[in-house]
Design a protein around this ligand. Structure first.
Ligand code: UDP
Length: 188
């Protein structure tokens, strides 16, 4: 079920249905910009108009935070599971492994993203490239253009990650999703 939540297209329902819908959308070839909506992102968007603008252009949002789950019940009378971004990322990595999708990681400190890539590769995920999230002038966009990943995970925190995705929608990916501090978790 798609709910218009403050002009954001929020997907609501059972976690398993939401994940299946996400994978079906990737397979159907639509280019996806996915936001894992939580209170922190939501509040940032109220303060930064450009950020709000980027979030409005996301293909859809997933209810990452319990505050969002509560608010959508309260204001839209819709019940949804909470689907944390890290879980969604790991689920998509598993699908990527089984379907031969190429994955690129962008974000976090150099040593962290390096270890996250290594850990995912050890699980059989095809990480075709990665780059830390503290670049200024030199941009990883060119490399991503060449590598054509199917999944592009961007872990640079809010608002930077979604602003970056919105500005790089022309890059060849099937899905781009901001994942906050997930690389730190996966790096261990
Ligand atoms: N980060 C980054 N570039 C930046 C700022 C942050 O790559 O310019 C990374 C940071 O190293 C961490 C991730 O973004 O891995 C998430 O940061 P934070 O915990 O602030 O975001 P949250 O998870 O709360 O969205």
């Amino acid at each position: 079920e798609q709910v218009s939540f403050y002009s954001y297209n929020l997907l609501c329902g059972k976690a398993e249905e939401l994940r299946r819908y996400l994978v079906d959308s990737i397979v159907s070839g639509n280019k996806l910009f996915v936001v894992t909506l939580n209170s922190q992102i939501f509040l940032r968007a109220q303060q930064i108009p450009d950020y709000d603008e980027a979030l409005r252009h996301a293909t859809f949002h997933l209810p990452d935070g319990s505050g969002v789950v509560w608010a959508v019940k309260r204001h839209c009378n819709v019940v949804t599971d909470r689907v944390p971004g890290i879980d969604t990322m790991l689920y998509l990595c598993e699908e990527a492994k089984n379907r031969g999708w190429k994955v690129y990681l962008l974000g976090a400190r150099p040593d962290v993203v390096n270890r996250a890539a290594e850990n995912l590769r050890n699980k059989g995920v095809n990480i075709v490239g990665y780059h830390h999230g503290y670049f200024e002038d030199q941009t990883p966009a060119e490399e991503i253009e060449k590598l054509k990943p199917d999944l592009l995970f961007v872990g640079m925190g809010a608002p930077r990650q979604e602003l970056w995705i919105y500005q790089h929608m022309q890059l060849p990916f099937k899905l781009a999703m901001g994942v906050g501090g997930s690389f730190d978790v996966i790096a261990g």
